[in-house]
Every structure is written in structure tokens, then in C-alpha cells.
Design a protein around this ligand. Structure first.
Ligand code: EPU
Length: 299
């Protein structure tokens, strides 16, 4: 038991800080602060902080690289967990089985697998994010998704109980999984042997496709909307004549219409207003309801 004080994280100050701006932890570089930022260095520290949240009813948010995230201007009145310390970024190869911590950067991991001559993660080329975030969203694209190579996922509930989910009970669909636990701690991934040059050339091809079709060198959060079944959100927005439409500092990308680019001075409110306008216009023109892919905090 911890001492009863006003601070729900009393005694955990080494890894819990208050009122921390989140913008710098996101690709958009916009949005307000977190009431608490929790950066545990071990499973025990994560368990203790999660239990404190549960005891005191503090909402839990888990941050990866913030690449698919829009934090609202008022920030998040809860505890934002960031699994970025060394323990969460571990990478271990045992033959063709790869064990990774949830905080591992997917692009760095992809390059390691290329060097080791292990194939399977090429479809992640050009997708920014951590393994934990990637699994949560079943990230990927037309070249495949991460779910197809996952062997096990270790998760934790808000009471600190840890479970290992295996391939036979995991479901990976388009941009979703059946994982409900709030924390993904790590995963094992099954890869195959191949020549590093062959893996690199497939990786480069996928990356070039993205570079040619997406506004990669801008501040964005990836695709804003999911593709409706059998349709392309980007094409629908484009056909609605919305490329280049601006609200404040937010603009529908002229390169790919399913991206909203944040220019200088852009606020999260600008992006939210533009999202609303896009949904309305696409519905008026095509009678299709677009569903957000980007995670918006607070929900
Ligand atoms: N298109 C247009 N106008 C546009 C954009 C696209 O007409 O402004 C057309 C393209 O010409 C193409 C079709 O729409 O015929 C599909 O476009 P694209 O090939 O760019 O793929 P996408 O479905 O828009 C998906 C993922 C991307 C992923 C790419 C490549 C979704 C919502 N998007 O894009 O994922 O990078 O495939 O694998 O599933 C993300 O999830 O954040 C993301 C960027």
C-alpha cells in the first residue's frame, strides 16, 4: 500500500511526471499536455503505476511513437504511458523467432531483420510506430500487415495481470485486433531466412511506392480514415474535390487526399474541423460514412 496523499503516484516520481506537453511525442507535433506521463523502466514499475490508476479511477492511455494519433488541444486528463525505456526496446533473435519489446521502433527493427537475413517484416516499410502500436492497429497496407507474422503477444490488464495471447486465439483484421487489454508488453514474431539483398530490395520497393504516393515529408498522422469495404477513402475524398482544402493550418494533402497535413500554426481543432467537413462532403457526394483510422485523445 502506498501512503494516502493527494498525488496518486506518490513515491513513483522517478518515472511519473505531471503536466507534460504531448505534442513533441507525436508526429503531428500538435495537441495539449498529459496530466501524468508515466515512463516505467520495468514490468514492476508499469504494474504499480497501472494499479494506482485503477485504484484512483485515472483513465489510462498508451502512447507509441504518436504516428497515428491526434491529441486534442486541451490535452488528456489521465495517465499517458510511454514504454520507451531500454527494457521495452529489447530485440532478441533465436533462430527464426524474434522476441521484441512493445516500445521497439518498427523501422529500426525492420532494418535489423534485413541485416540478419530474416524476412517477414518488409510490409512495415515506411510505417512509423512502435511494435506495440503496430500490433494494436494491425498496421500495414496493400503489401501485408503485421498480424500475419505475429506468433504471440504478451499483454497486461489494468490490474497488472499478465497474459500471453497465442496465434490460435488472436484475430487480426483490417486495422484491428481482438486484443482488449490496455497494455501490449511485447511480442514474438516468426520470420524466414532469406538473402539480405533480396529482403532489402522488397523493402525498398514498398518504401518507394509510399514515397511516390504519400506526403511523407510533412507533419501528418498517416491515413485519417479507414478504407470503407471495397472502396478507397483517398479516392472518395479526391473525387469530392477536397484536395488542398484548408481550415486554419490544416490542409487536405494535395498528394494523397486521405492525409491531413499540419502547417505552421495548426491546432488540433483545425484538424478536427477539417475531418468533420470531409466526412460531410464525402457523405453528400457518395453516401459513404467514413470512419476515422487516426486515434483521437481524449476519446
Ligand atoms: N487515390 C486517389 N486520390 C488520392 C489518393 C488515392 O485517387 O488522393 C486512389 C489511388 O490512385 C488508388 C487508390 O486510391 O487507386 C488507393 O490508393 P493507395 O494505393 O494510395 O492506397 P490507400 O488505400 O489509400 C492504403 C493504406 C495506407 C498504406 C497504403 C499502401 C488505408 C486507409 N491506407 O492506402 O496506410 O500506406 O495502402 O500500402 O488502409 C495508414 O494506414 O495510415 C496508411 C497510410
Amino acid at each position: 500500500m502506498h501512503l494516502v496523499t493527494d498525488n496518486p503516484f506518490s513515491g513513483l516520481e522517478a518515472f511519473v511526471t505531471e503536466n507534460v506537453p504531448l505534442a513533441r511525442f507525436t508526429w503531428y507535433k500538435i495537441g495539449g499536455p498529459a496530466r501524468y506521463l508515466v515512463q516505467p523502466r520495468s514490468i514492476e514499475e508499469l504494474q504499480e503505476a497501472a494499479r494506482r490508476c485503477t485504484e484512483t479511477n485515472i483513465p489510462i492511455y498508451v502512447l507509441g511513437l504518436g504516428a497515428n494519433l491526434l491529441v486534442c488541444d486541451q490535452g488528456v486528463d489521465g495517465a499517458v504511458f510511454r514504454l520507451n525505456e531500454e527494457f521495452w526496446r529489447r530485440i532478441k533473435f533465436t533462430g527464426n523467432l524474434l522476441e521484441v519489446g512493445a516500445g521497439t521502433d518498427m523501422q529500426k527493427l525492420l532494418l535489423r531483420t534485413v541485416r540478419e537475413g530474416k524476412s517477414g517484416l518488409e510490409c512495415l516499410a515506411g510505417i512509423p510506430g512502435t511494435i506495440g502500436g503496430g500490433i494494436r492497429m494491425n498496421c500495414g497496407g496493400k503489401f501485408g500487415d503485421i498480424g500475419s507474422v505475429i506468433s504471440t503477444v504478451t499483454v497486461m490488464d489494468s490490474q497488472g495481470n499478465i497474459f500471453v495471447r497465442t496465434k490460435d486465439d488472436l484475430v487480426f483484421d483490417y486495422r484491428r485486433t481482438n486484443i482488449v487489454a490496455p497494455f501490449i508488453l511485447g511480442a514474438t514474431i516468426e520470420l524466414e531466412d532469406d538473402h539480405p539483398d533480396a529482403i532489402m530490395s522488397r523493402t525498398r520497393e514498398i518504401w518507394m511506392y509510399k514515397r511516390n504516393t504519400q506526403p511523407l515529408n510533412t507533419k501528418n498522422c498517416g491515413c485519417i480514415f479507414k478504407n470503407p469495404r471495397g472502396l478507397s477513402a483517398g479516392a472518395l475524398i479526391d473525387q469530392s474535390g477536397l484536395k488542398g482544402l484548408r481550415v486554419g493550418g490544416a490542409e487536405v494533402s494535395t498528394k494523397h487526399a486521405n492525409f491531413i497535413v499540419a502547417h505552421k500554426g495548426c491546432s488540433s481543432q483545425d484538424v478536427l474541423k477539417l475531418i468533420k467537413i470531409i466526412k460531410e462532403r464525402v457523405y453528400d457526394k457518395h453516401q459513404v460514412v467514413l470512419e476515422s483510422e487516426v486515434r483521437i485523445w481524449p476519446l
